[in-house]
Design a protein around this ligand. Sequence first.
Ligand SMILES: C[S@@+](CC[C@H](N)C(=O)[O-])C[C@H]1O[C@@H](n2cnc3c(N)ncnc32)[C@H](O)[C@@H]1O
Length: 226
Amino acid sequence: METKQVFDAVANKYDLMNDIMSLGTHRYWKECLIDWLKPYPGMNIIDVAGGTGDISRRFLKRVSGNGKATICDPNASMLKNGSKNVDKYEDSIIRTCAFAEELPFENESFDAYIVSFGIRNFTDIQKGLEEAMRVLKPGGRFMCLEFSKLENSKLAKLYETYSMVIPKIGKLVVGDEEPYKYLVDTIEKFPSQEKFSTMIRDAGFEKVEYRNIFNGVVAIHSGWKS
Ligand SMILES: C[S@@+](CC[C@H](N)C(=O)[O-])C[C@H]1O[C@@H](n2cnc3c(N)ncnc32)[C@H](O)[C@@H]1O
């Protein structure tokens, strides 16, 4: 299944499925990302693979609308579904339909580049990271929230079993298990925390570090542009 078909298939139930599959914990993971970002008034972020815009809305809430968020995603259905979640900070949001590997923005445009549960879908992750470096201002920050590798092997086994159930839940909720087979597949193929850190450094970022959450079910990576 193509990435576009996957997200077309789930777009109108995307937020609901996120809650069901993660048992609501994706909300906590995203708040951890925003905590670590430390948003400040006037901050200008790009939310790449932003989909329905969950990260942008959380960011704007933290700065009480005193900031700017550009949601960038190649899937028009995801962007359109997100635009239904209009809240009081809608005026601070810009939506752009584009791929992470070819961002339609000037060099040095943003204070922070955020990608949440999106980078494993990129066709070319290294190119995406190089684009992140290009569009960030000097002193800007790259942050990524993504499914990762568990540290504990017993927990990893348990998690593997749960992963096998995810497509069945998808079938029940959105009527199609294929997008969720794709999800599990991309999680398995995504590099480990250490390997991904090396890719971030290779793109030119400095002070690269990561934090595991729930033993590494997800990890948040951070890097700075000098
Ligand atoms: C799982 S959703 C994540 C949405 C949101 N960021 C969140 O955390 O809930 C993944 C998104 O990645 C987008 N995507 C897929 N390929 C992409 C690419 N090459 N560049 C940018 N976004 C991409 C999809 O369209 C989809 O909206």
